[in-house]
Write a protein that binds this ligand. Sequence first.
Ligand code: PLP
Length: 401
Amino acid sequence: MPKLNENYLNLKESYLFSEIAHRTADYVKNNPEKGAQIIRLGIGDVTRPLGKVVLDALHEGVDAMSASDTFKGYGPEQGYEATRNAISAYYKKNGVDVDTDAIFISDGAKSDTGNITDLFGSGNVILIPDPVYPVYVDSNIMRGNTITYISGNADNHFLPMPDKNQHADIIYICSPNNPTGACYNKEQLKEWVDYALANEAIILFDSAYEAFISDPELPRSIFAIEGAKKCAIEFCSLSKTAGFTGTRCGYTVVPKELTFTASTGAVMSLNSMWNRRQCTKFNGTSYIVQKGAEVVFSEEGIKECQENIQYYKNNAKVIADTLTRLGIRFFGGINSPYIWFECPDGMDSWACFDFLLTKIQVVGTPGAGFGENGKNFFRLTSFGNYEKTVEAMERFEKLFG
Ligand SMILES: *Cc1c(COP(=O)(O)O)cnc(C)c1O
């Protein structure tokens, strides 16, 4: 009999999306007329189609596969040079220097944020914010790691700051944040970088929503902060940036400057380790997808993707403006597709879910699904249709106004 990884027994069952689906289906079954009016603002997935620039490049990739002189077999595990160069140039455009050989193309940020645990041993002090994107938590539980939660709450605007009395080895940060929509400024990220350097810790920075930042003062990359190349890995994704949730492409930046001394005295480079990890367990992202990804970072591609992002941000503004008028406290909604509001009248987040479903047929995501600190909060997303979002907010006005 195989000895199994019994750490899997310690994973909490994720009820969140199945419970939402179950409660919604029950309601529709028992109230078919009202059920037909349901508006879904819980969706964490994009809905706008890919643009022409990207589609043309994807088609070009497909056509290359049709002739023996342009056909592509296995590509480099790290990604094609042209795609990596395009990403490096994109960083440069945003004022950040990232070398091409620090960039690794993947099939998305979920894989990389989960797989990165391969590089770390046991016994680390691992800081993970609560509330949080569940991947960081579960991927550490699968390895039997102990997690130290740091509290995101209304008092710190869901932007926990380092506690100088607490040692850390590994720190997870997601900014702009899923689920709260909160975004760190430069001074705050500098504090985290200084803390990481002082602790010889590493920051695992999830920047999946960087393209939603429109305030030029807010950092879109941890590498906009001095010293970060010595203490941080950054995860990015084309999922929310370019509507690639179904097309699949992400990239991870592991600077060459990122080294630590092993117990043997050997100096270990995280860039070399990740390269070795990827070459061993990953055979590269599809050539066709990388052709599409490359043009996402061209001038035309950025413009095209920004049109969709503006569409979502306009939805976010409709939601944020409504909640402001109603005096409901919320976070996010400006440099993020997410709006994280405090459940009115002290409701807990599942009671709020039932209340919104039965009173106004609006479905969102209960904050409890993202951690203990989410239990009185509720996530709405701007990834839906504009007219439906407006309609949902009119119902909010009637219910809470
Ligand atoms: C959507 C999302 C990602 C992107 O994951 P992909 O695997 O690239 O689709 C990464 N991090 C967070 C926090 C997200 O919400």
